[in-house]
Design a protein. Sequence first.
Length: 154
Amino acid sequence: MKGLTSIHGVEKSIAGDLWHIGIKKVDDLKGRDPVELYDLSNRFAGKKQDRCHLYVFRMLDRPPFQMKKKAGTVMVTSGNMSGRGAGWELHIASHTLNITIGSIVDRPVNIDGTPESREHLYLTVSPDHDIVDGAPAALFPRHLKKMPESGETR
């Protein structure tokens, strides 16, 4: 299963799904139909799984430049927008940058020495560490956080 997790976007759970349907190594994916893999995975699971599995299966045998051409470099999705309480969502890094919009919660902040309640939006910023790592990956969320706080638009 270790070889399967070397594929861009494949974490342990997807590698396990592939293993159970007979994909034991990267070479086993060559020429395989993603819809067929999805159907096999559904049969093994005993239920129809989320279509995200199909999306991942479609991206398995594609170089990153093809992924960029077809789907872009940034994915923004909603995770817990309608839920209650703080939280975040982690998902497979399918793009160079994945941003998940979470819930909005009231939190106390210090305004001129006085505690006041303010709304806070939870965002999960997940870079693909095969492409962006280290300081750029750590600094981007800080910059992103400062943009709405300062009113910056670029």
